[in-house]
Design a binder for this molecule. Structure first.
Ligand SMILES: Nc1ncnc2c1ncn2[C@@H]1O[C@H](COP(=O)(O)OP(=O)(O)OP(=O)(O)O)[C@@H](O)[C@H]1O
Ligand SMILES: [Mg+2]
Length: 253
């Protein structure tokens, strides 16, 4: 199984588009009603693209992200990540694939309260059998890039919201992901910290050529994106260039 996961990593690095969906649907049966959370999504995301997904509450954004991460199986349709049909893999391979290739970032940070910043960042690799002393250099570099090295020994409850999200970004990046998926990463931050987090995600995406998909309600975010899609009732209703692609600048306002 480990060999299979290693092969996956090689395939992911070589082929493109980075992420592709075909007629992707997720329907729930709630009593007599069928909820079409996702309804036939066709999407191709080139490697390194910074994509924003917008849409009002209930439009299907989180459902899409869960399917792209392999956290849920679709009712029908296909997700290919780096050419690999994600949901055709055995469960354990999907879990390994996610741990080694995907950085996940959430609105409520999801840091482990009992662990220091350093341990939180190291966690995905510790779970993969790596030892902390061998990771310290890499953690230090990442925390430096994110302006957090002075908080290395702190606990999450000793950090501000913006700082917690920067730690969560470091934790996502430590695995050197090919794909970063963020669900409302600035939903809990003030606008200054929100801009900082979008800027950091954008910088990381460019520096490491990481395909980045961010779900957001933030109207200021499109200046950071190459592309913006809008969802409504489980479908993509708009697909446009973001501010970075149009103007070549980060912040259009
Ligand atoms: N387990 C479930 N069972 C039934 N319906 C569900 C389930 N999970 C989600 N839904 C429905 O699917 C639709 C899409 O939900 P989703 O969480 O993807 O929306 P969202 O765009 O992320 O919304 P928000 O902006 O509020 O986070 C909603 O109508 C929701 O009620
Ligand atoms: Mg959501």
């Amino acid at each position: 199984m480990t060999d299979a996961a290693d092969l996956l990593r090689v395939d992911v690095a070589l082929s493109g588009p980075a992420v592709e969906t075909e007629r992707l649907s997720m329907h729930y049966q709630v009593g007599p009603e069928t909820v079409r959370a996702l309804d036939g999504i066709d999407l191709a995301i080139p490697r390194g693209q910074f994509l924003l997904v917008r849409g009002r509450s209930g439009s299907g954004k989180t459902t899409l992200l869960h399917l792209l991460a392999g956290l849920q199986k679709p009712t029908s349709g296909v997700v290919r990540v780096g050419g690999q049909p994600l949901h055709a893999m055995p469960r354990r391979a999907t879990d390994l694939f996610r741990r080694r290739n995907v950085g996940l970032i959430f609105q409520f940070f999801n840091l482990i309260p009992s662990l220091t910043v350093e341990m939180n960042v190291a966690l995905p690799l510790l779970l993969d059998g790596k030892k902390l002393p061998t990771l310290r250099g890499r953690i230090g570099e990442l925390l430096d890039t994110l302006g957090m090295s002075h908080r290395r020994g702190h606990s999450p409850h000793q950090l501000s919201g913006g700082e917690m999200q920067r730690v969560a970004i470091a934790r996502a990046m430590i695995v050197e992901p090919t794909l970063v998926l963020a669900d409302e990463p600035t939903g809990n931050l003030d606008s200054r910290n929100a801009h900082e987090v979008f800027g950091l995600l954008r910088e990381q995406a460019i520096a490491r050529k990481v395909t980045t998909i961010v779900l957001t309600h933030d109207p200021d975010a499109s200046g950071y994106a190459d592309r913006v899609i809008e969802m409504h009732d489980g479908r993509i209703v708009k697909d446009t260039c973001g501010g970075s692609a149009r103007a070549g600048v980060r912040d259009a306002d």
